[in-house]
Design a binder for this molecule. Structure first.
Ligand code: MN
Ligand code: MN
Length: 301
């Protein structure tokens, strides 16, 4: 029995190939002192040029920032020297989402932590097969990371991906946990261990900043420009996350701030806070999206 039809399979595979090529090109593109916005725009442009669309804004999360930072419009921040740079990208083809991440290391001190994240990812991917319990996967990732002298981030997880959905409902924790959830054939999952140093808290907390947003629900809107902005969001991103960079030029500049504020205040859209390690220790991440097939999994990215 086939759990995914041929057309969906081909779109998912193409989405993954676009993302893999983009990730590999970014490895040699990212440099110390480079404006972060250049990395974001380069990643998103590569995805589009190869025939996909970004499934979410390119995340460039540095050192103790674990996830969810993308450049706001006119961002002046740069890649710091000797930093640990997590580049997390997503693509979709007709809504079929794949998600991958690498950590680019400009500090030899953290090289081993990056290797451990990659090693844990490889071992986790090797264990992904139909009916694999997510609790066993989490225990495996935790054990690998701890045995190498590091600590997993306990409140960041992998996740199933779905059509126009980056998080499709199933979480894949990176630590041992109680759950009866099992991995399902025909489903696609993003596996993503996050690793920090042993003396860190090993959790992330919300920072006050948010740079990524998502449509939630239609609400009555007073401002005509808010309605116009929302129309653009629904038509172009549907339920997928977006950046304010992607809204530039949609409505006149003088009306943008108020319109965007109304979308947030009315809860028409939600924001994703930037995640920061609770003890401000550096974090490394590695991620692939896999499709569960009869005898194991297919790495899409
Ligand atoms: Mn990701
Ligand atoms: Mn992910």
């Amino acid at each position: 029995m086939k759990a995914i039809d041929d057309e969906a399979f081909e779109k998912l595979r193409l989405s993954g190939r676009i993302l893999r090529e983009t990730r590999e090109e970014l490895k040699s593109f990212v440099r110390e002192n480079m404006p972060i916005i250049e990395v974001c725009e380069k990643a998103e442009e590569l995805i589009r040029r190869k025939g996909g669309k970004p499934a979410f804004p390119c995340n460039v999360s540095i050192d103790e920032i674990a996830a969810h930072y993308t450049s706001p419009p006119n961002d002046v921040k740069r890649i710091p020297e000797k930093s640990l740079v997590k580049v997390d990208i997503g693509a979709h083809v007709d809504g079929y989402v794949t998600d991958t991440a690498i950590t680019i290391c400009f500090n030899p001190e953290y090289r081993e932590m990056v290797n451990v994240a990659e090693h844990a990812l490889k071992k986790a991917v090797d264990s992904m097969r139909p009916e694999a319990p997510t609790s066993r996967l989490g225990a495996l990732i935790e054990q690998i990371i701890k045995s190498r002298g590091f600590k997993p981030i306990s409140n960041l997880t992998g996740h199933s991906v779905g059509r126009y959905l980056v998080h499709a409902g199933t979480s894949l924790p990176n630590v041992a946990h109680l759950s009866l959830t099992k991995v399902k054939i025909g489903e696609a999952y993003a596996v993503e261990p996050f690793v920090t140093v042993q003396d860190a808290v090993g959790k992330v907390e919300n920072s006050p900043e948010a740079t990524i947003f998502r449509f939630v629900k239609q609400k009555p809107l007073k401002n005509v420009y808010a309605r116009k902005l929302l129309k653009h969001i629904e038509e172009n991103f549907k339920t997928l996350p977006f950046a304010e960079r992607w809204l530039q030029g949609v409505i006149p500049k003088g009306h943008y701030k108020e319109a965007f504020k109304e979308l947030l205040a009315s809860k028409t859209i939600m924001s994703y806070p930037v995640f920061i390690e609770a003890s401000r220790k550096p974090v490394a991440q590695a991620e692939h999206t896999v499709l569960i097939v009869e005898d194991g999994c297919l790495v899409l990215t």
